[in-house]
Design a protein around this ligand. Structure first.
Ligand SMILES: N[C@@H](CCC(=O)N[C@@H](CS)C(=O)NCC(=O)O)C(=O)O
Length: 212
């Protein structure tokens, strides 16, 4: 498998975590976002959306992390990143979607570039924008985690699920925008639990070959 990705990209980070948790090896292909390599004609032949990551497997290109993560779960079911019961699976997917649908897209690079370049926002306004959407999502996630009486160390139960796979890169991104994670103690505790697992540690942006 070849993973076309960027060390600091949250969606790339979430896919690296899932691949590591499932023990799947891949060749790392760096796509440099600040140099707009994702917008090159060559990369757009892989992903016409011009977004990372893309996973190439047996000559087939997979794009969109929600789709790739579901494909991974179907192709490599063990260890599973979803619980058994449909209602529990819906819960995990909902936690993941708070990050995947309602935080990350609003703080994506192309959105921030539009704010900076077209809307002429200064850096403090851009940071306020990012913090607004991170806080809105994390407030809801925190409430959901706090009220789950059966929760173990992770977002759901006692082993990592897709909810953690989505959450940890968003925590990393929040730190980059200088958002104080201490405001959300349950999220902070999940982050600490994940940081004890090698699959999460090895997926961190700082550990990637293109990190700088
Ligand atoms: N929904 C897509 C989003 C992918 C995405 O937004 N990737 C970001 C990096 S985290 C990207 O390539 N951004 C390039 C840009 O905004 O210019 C997925 O989950 O794969």
């Amino acid at each position: 498998m070849e993973l076309f990705n960027f060390f600091r990209s949250g969606t790339s980070h979430r896919l690296r975590i899932a691949l590591n948790l499932k023990g799947l090896a891949y060749d790392y292909r760096a796509i440099d976002l600040p140099r707009d390599e994702h917008l090159s004609a060559e990369y757009k032949r892989l992903n016409p959306q011009g977004l990372v990551p893309a996973l190439v497997h047996d000559g087939k290109v997979l794009i969109q992390t929600p789709a790739i993560l579901e494909w991974l779960e179907e192709r490599h079911p063990t260890p599973s990143l979803l619980p058994e019961q449909p209602e529990e699976r819906a819960r995990v997917r909902a936690l993941a979607s708070i990050v995947g649908c309602d935080i990350h897209p609003l703080n994506n690079r192309r959105v921030l570039e539009l704010l900076r370049k077209k809307m002429k926002c200064d850096e403090s306004t851009v940071n306020e924008w990012c913090e607004t959407w991170i806080a809105a999502g994390f407030d809801a996630l925190e409430a959901l985690l706090q009220t789950d009486s059966k929760r173990g160390e992770f977002c759901f139960g006692g082993t990592p699920t897709l909810a953690d796979v989505y959450l940890i890169p968003q925590v990393e991104s929040a730190r980059r925008f200088k958002v104080d994670i201490g405001r959300w103690p349950a999220i902070q505790a999940v982050d600490a639990a994940c940081s004890r697992i090698e699959a999460f540690r090895a997926a961190a942006p700082s550990q990637q070959p293109d990190a700088r």
